[in-house]
Each structure stands twice: as structure tokens, then as C-alpha cells.
Ligand binder design. Structure first.
Ligand code: NAD
Length: 307
């Protein structure tokens, strides 16, 4: 593979990821529809290119970091990315998209004489900036081996999860666990409030008992027990509720398509969609505890004190 990488989508995640590739010594040709994002990327050493297809034509590896599957498929097919690239180019899509779209993108790349990986990430903007992302990849073993050094320049860990789409599958399954467990932890705190149990007492028990989970011990949805959690800064993200709503929406699509009996996943998708469209639009996903509290009969403040 050549050391020239095309990077399409230089937003909150793509911008710092492309910057880390430059730091690692790669020549990065960047493109974004938004001029400001392109200018910011240029200030980190990314070479701005006016058309995505031009960047792809000059690179051995093409990374996309875009909002949704429709953007990836439109770029690959309608906007000529696959047609412009040299034979055998490796396309690595790091966006979080539908598993079905990931498989379609993979098939389109292969049909055009290229190779492809889906490699969505976990770790958020802070992980993108610090090059500590986790990548979960789907595609061939040889393609994963080829992409590994590039992924290592942007992250701390890369797991090869299986064939095309397996990276996206791992991402939505993980976030289904996270979304459901955050709601469960939030419901337990609000139930505790109505029973007169302090947040600290519930935390001290559950964090060392069988209720222990990341949503409780790292991202605790009530202020106090975990000082670094977003609840202590008025639920500023962190992992924003609209992103959780998006990921659970993708999980819900896959649940329905696969005919899976996943009632809690579907309920969590509905709860986060409602929360993200309303008061949670600019909050961390742990702010769902407020929605649980607001929907409950016995009013308490965020510290658990009866209002
Ligand atoms: P973002 O909206 O900040 O960035 C997306 C960028 O893609 C934008 O700059 C947009 O202008 C650009 N874009 C859209 N269509 C384009 C096109 N046709 N050609 C060129 N550029 C185009 O989003 P983000 O937060 O960087 O997220 C990107 C992806 O990463 C999403 O799929 C998201 O779900 C996933 N993700 C985000 C986070 C996070 O914390 N932000 C964490 C994990 C995964």
C-alpha cells in the first residue's frame, strides 16, 4: 500500500483522526463539504482536496468518516469514489452505519475491483484526539492486516470481528448493552429515591455487587459517587444522547430485520429517540435519568432529595 491516504469527512471525529495520521508520517489528502472543517484540517497538515474522487484517485487507502450509511453509499457510487480509485484500493469506512449498508458498501467496492473494511470506532472525540480509539473491523484477514498500522496511528486497539459488516454489528451490539444498562442504572437510582435510599448507599452496594457495570461505575448518572461522570457537570457530554439514539436506532433496525426478540433493546431505542429529540438534545446520554425521574410520580431533585 502506498503511504498516501484519502480521508473523506473531517468533522468532530475525522478531523483529529486525520491529524493523527499526519503526525504518524502519512501523507493525507482530505476532503469535506464544509470549508471550515477543511481549513481546520489543513492547519494540522492535511492536504485539502476540492473533490473526494480526486483524493481517492491519488491514494492507496481511502478512509470515510461520515454521518450515516446514505452518505457512504452516495459517495462510493453516485459521487464516483469507487470509479475514480486505482484498482485494488483499500476502502476503510470508519463511520457508524447500518450493518446492511456496510455490507452493500463492501459489495460495491469489491464489484468495482477494490477491497473494503468496515471499521467503526468507540472512544468519542477525546479518543479521536488522543489517538486512543478502539476500532472494530469487518472484512478479510489480509485487508485487516494491511489496515492495522493505519488504525494503530489513530487508536489503541483494533479487533477483527469477522466478515463484512461484523465491525458495525459489534458496535451496535456493544451500544445496545450500554444503552439498556444506562437506563437500568437510572431506573434503579430513581426507584431508590422513591424508597428513601441515598444515591451513595445504592452506589456503594451495586458497584461491588452483581449490579456492577460501566454505566454505574464510570458514567454514573447521578452526581456524587463518581466525580468525573457527566452528571457532575450538568450532563455535558461525554457521549451525547443523540449519538446513543442513533446507534440504538441502527440496533433496532437490525433487531427487526433479524426477527430478534430483543424487547429491551427496542424499548431503549424508543426512550433515547424521545430523550434526544427533546431535553436531551445537548446532554450526555446519562441524562436519561432525568427523563426517568420526570416521568415518575414522586418528585425528587437530582441529588435524590424529595422536591
Ligand atoms: P460530524 O458531523 O462532525 O462529521 C461528519 C463530516 O462528514 C462533516 O464534517 C460533514 O461535512 C462531512 N460530510 C458529509 N457528507 C459528506 C460528503 N459527501 N463528502 C465529504 N464530507 C461529507 O460527525 P462525527 O461526530 O465526526 O461522526 C462521524 C461518524 O462517527 C458518525 O457515523 C458517528 O456516528 C460516528 N461516531 C461519532 C462519535 C462521536 O463521539 N462524535 C463516536 C463514535 C462514532
Amino acid at each position: 500500500m502506498s503511504d498516501v491516504i484519502a480521508f473523506i469527512g473531517l468533522g468532530h471525529m475525522g478531523g483529529p483522526m486525520a491529524a493523527n495520521l499526519v503526525k504518524a508520517g502519512y501523507r493525507v489528502l482530505g476532503h469535506d463539504l464544509v470549508a471550515e472543517s477543511l481549513a481546520t484540517a489543513a492547519s494540522t497538515g492535511v492536504e485539502p482536496v476540492a473533490f473526494a474522487a480526486d483524493a481517492a484517485a491519488r491514494a492507496g487507502l481511502v478512509i470515510t468518516m461520515l454521518p450515516a450509511g446514505a452518505h457512504v453509499l452516495a459517495l462510493y457510487r453516485d459521487q464516483g469514489l469507487l470509479a475514480a480509485a486505482g484498482p485494488g484500493t483499500l476502502f476503510v469506512d470508519c463511520s457508524t452505519i447500518d450493518v446492511a449498508d456496510a455490507r452493500t458498501a463492501h459489495e460495491a467496492a469489491v464489484a468495482a475491483g477494490h477491497r473494503a473494511l468496515d471499521a467503526p470506532v468507540s472512544g468519542g472525540v477525546m479518543g479521536a484526539e488522543a489517538a486512543t480509539l478502539t476500532f472494530m473491523a469487518g472484512g478479510g484477514t489480509a485487508e485487516f492486516a494491511e489496515a492495522e498500522p493505519v488504525l494503530a496511528a489513530m487508536g489503541r486497539k483494533a479487533v477483527h470481528c469477522g466478515a463484512a459488516g461484523a465491525g458495525q454489528a459489534a458496535k451496535i451490539c456493544n451500544n445496545l448493552i450500554l444503552g439498556v444498562s444506562m437506563i437500568a442504572v437510572s431506573e434503579a437510582f430513581v426507584l431508590g429515591e422513591s424508597l428513601g435510599l441515598t444515591h451513595q448507599a445504592l452506589f456503594d452496594v451495586a458497584s461491588t455487587a452483581s449490579g456492577q457495570c460501566w454505566a454505574l461505575t464510570a458514567n454514573c448518572p447521578v452526581p456524587g459517587p463518581v466525580p468525573a461522570s457527566p452528571a457532575n457537570r450538568d450532563y455535558r457530554p461525554g457521549f451525547a444522547a443523540p449519538l446513543m439514539a442513533k446507534d440504538l436506532g441502527l440496533a433496532a433496525n437490525a433487531i427487526r430485520e433479524g426477527g430478534v426478540d430483543a424487547a429491551l433493546g427496542l424499548a431503549a431505542a424508543r426512550m433515547y429517540a424521545r430523550f434526544a429529540a427533546g431535553t436531551g438534545a445537548d446532554q450526555d446520554f446519562s441524562g436519561i435519568v432525568r427523563a426517568v425521574r420526570d416521568g415518575s410520580a414522586h418528585p425528587h431533585d437530582q441529588n435524590g432529595t424529595p422536591a
